[in-house]
Structure formats: C-alpha cells, structure tokens
Design a protein around this ligand. Sequence first.
Ligand SMILES: *Cc1c(COP(=O)(O)O)cnc(C)c1O
Length: 410
Amino acid sequence: MSGKIDQVISNIIRQEMRRERETINLIASENYVSKQILSVVGSILTNKYAEGYPLKRYYDGCENIDKLETVAIERLIKLFRAEHANVQPHAGSQANMAVYLAVLKPGDVILGMDLAAGGHLTHGTKINFSGMVFKPFYYGVNRETEQLDYDEILKIAQSTGPRLIICGASAYPRIIDFKRFSEIAASVGAYLCADIAHIAGLVAAGLHPSPVEFAEFVTGTTHKTLRGPRGGFILCRESFAQCIDRAVFPGIQGGPLMHVIAGKAIAFKEAMSREFRLYQKNIIENCSFMARGFLETGYRLVTGGTDNHLMLVDMRNKHITGEESQKVLGSVGITVNRNAIPFDPYPPNIASGIRVGTAAITTRGMGKSEVAKILDFINEAIEKRDNVTELNFLKKRIKKFASQFPIYAK
Ligand SMILES: *Cc1c(COP(=O)(O)O)cnc(C)c1O
C-alpha cells in the first residue's frame, strides 16, 4: 500500500455515506448492495485484463478469471432460464448497444417506446447513438388509459416496418405483455429486444412475467431491482450467442470489469434465494400501499396505480411542478426524480410528475408503517414548501428517521 489515504476522496465518500444514511431514497432505479458485493467490487480483480471470453482470452494469466466469468454466466442462465448469457456489458446502455450492433445495420428502422412516455434514451432517442445511427420510430401510451396500447403498437409497426422492436421502460408502472410484443414483432418480421433494466429483480423472482421465451434478446441492468453492482447483461437464444458475444467484445467494449462481474455473480446467487423473492414481494407491497396513500391524499397517479416497484405521481392536483417537487423534497432529504407524465403540458426538464420507487427503502428494511410515515413527510413538505423554518425542522426529523435503517442489503 502506498501509505497515505487520499483525504479528498475519502472525505467525499464519507459525505456520500452520510447522505445515503440520512436521506430517504425513492429513486426507482437505485438500490443498496450487500456487503459481500461491495467488497468484491473493491477487490484486486480490478487489476486483471481479460479481453475475450472464458478459455478464449487475448491475455495470459486468466485461469482464475475464466472460472469467475463461467460461474457468473451459469448463474445468470439458471436465474432467468435462458439459453445463453453475456455478463460483460458495462451497463444497461452497452447491453442494448451490443444487441443493435449484433442484428442491425446503420440506417435500419427500429421501434421503441417514446422517452416522453416512459422509454429509455437507448430506445431510439435522437440525442442518443440509437437515434443517430438507426432510423427510430416510437410508440407511446394510450391517452385515456395511459397504458401501452398493443393494437396501436401493431399499427405503428405495420406502417414503419422495423427490423427491431424494443420493449421495456424506465417509467412505466404496469405489467408489460411480452407475449403480445413478440406476436407484433413476428407479424412484421422484426426481432424483439425486451429491456428489463428496471424490473429484472421482479422477473427473477417470478413476480413479473418473463420475456425470455418470447424475445430473441433480453437486456438488463444488475443494479436496479436486481440489487447487484452497477452493470448490464444480455440473454439470448443459442442461435444468436456468437453474434451477441462478438458485438460486446470486440464490437463495443475492450476488457471486461472482472471485479464487477464477481459482484454480478454474487447478485445472481442472492437473487435465487427465498429471501430475495420475499424482498421483491415486499417491494411490490410497499409500492401498492404507497400508491393507495397517494390516492387517498388527493394525488393523481398515472394509470391510476401500479403493478410493480414504481409509480408516477401527477403533482398537478397539488399545484406544483415535478421540478419544484423534486427540489422541495430533496431539500428535506427525500430523493425522487421529476418525470414527465404522458402528454405532459410541461417540457421534460420541468415535468408535471415525479417518479417514486420502493426498491431502495425496502432493502433498508422499511415496511408499511415506514411507508405511511414517508407519505406524511412528503405531504408535509409539499404543503409547507414556502416555509423555510418548517422545512428545516422536517429535514431534521427525516434525518433521524432515515438514520435508523442500514444502507446494506442483508
Ligand atoms: C436504466 C435503464 C437502462 C440502462 O441504464 P444504464 O444507466 O446504462 O445502466 C436501459 N434501459 C432501461 C429501460 C433503463 O431503465
């Protein structure tokens, strides 16, 4: 070891540790990993170059790394009952990029969910590579139900002729019908990529239908509901194994992050446990309980409720924008993000809604009584948003409340 600890960085980490402990995290895409995962991600495995795949490396000295990646792949295949798995994508965006590279050519038509309706940047947004390299078309949600309208999606698919359809979302509170998507894709001769970045934990636990038997490609992140280290993964049919692996390396990435892959392997094992299934069940229960609470106190929820780990709260009944809500709640120690609601009259940086998720608070061991408290905190913050003294007092109470709960997954 080279002597002194870097004070600048260790102070920042200490401050971040305090922030995570003392605030209530309702960001739907975040979570807390177990201590075991934390420690392997901070291990010597970060030292190793391992371009290639097990037993086919471009570097020497990979005998241990080969075993590690093989374990991770086998566990991921077992967890989702997939035919083939790639654990190397650095994040969810890279997983999607690899799928596109594997089956598309520049200029090909893709059909994805509109970012404004709940889709992801990588599903064809103009400011993302996916919208620059390919020709994107979008589907949204139905104006009345605010849910996916499969007949409408079929019509858009028929009129645009995509080579690839992407389903899956970052801000959609309802079950996604992957079977229906696969029928639509098949009817227009498109491949289907199901992006389960948000719901991977729910799918692994059998609490959201799995797309694995319906989609040629399934992509996801390991750090959202799946509660692993920050990273991505791809599942596919055996017939696409080689082109997917080649698209990840050498297609878009160099050396894999072996310390992160070790963390992924642990997360996949954790996700097979009964405790994990119970955890996922609790996320959904906390979420529907919180949704009822919002409805009872006069908020409107997009689609009227939730089936999964998140909800979109339309703040217009409370005469406050998403941006202001995020700011006020942030100032008292409740972290959420502003989010457009379908057909939002405001631009996305202001937005009418907030996205609220329960995966992180559930990891901290919070249940219904804590969710009820959090709802009270939110209501109080929104009501007293112009009263700095009251907000400061509330912040102290929230700090005391949050500090009682550990920030590590058991
Ligand atoms: C979070 C997310 C991703 C990937 O995100 P990264 O930040 O690149 O890991 C991809 N698709 C969807 C739907 C997401 O929600």
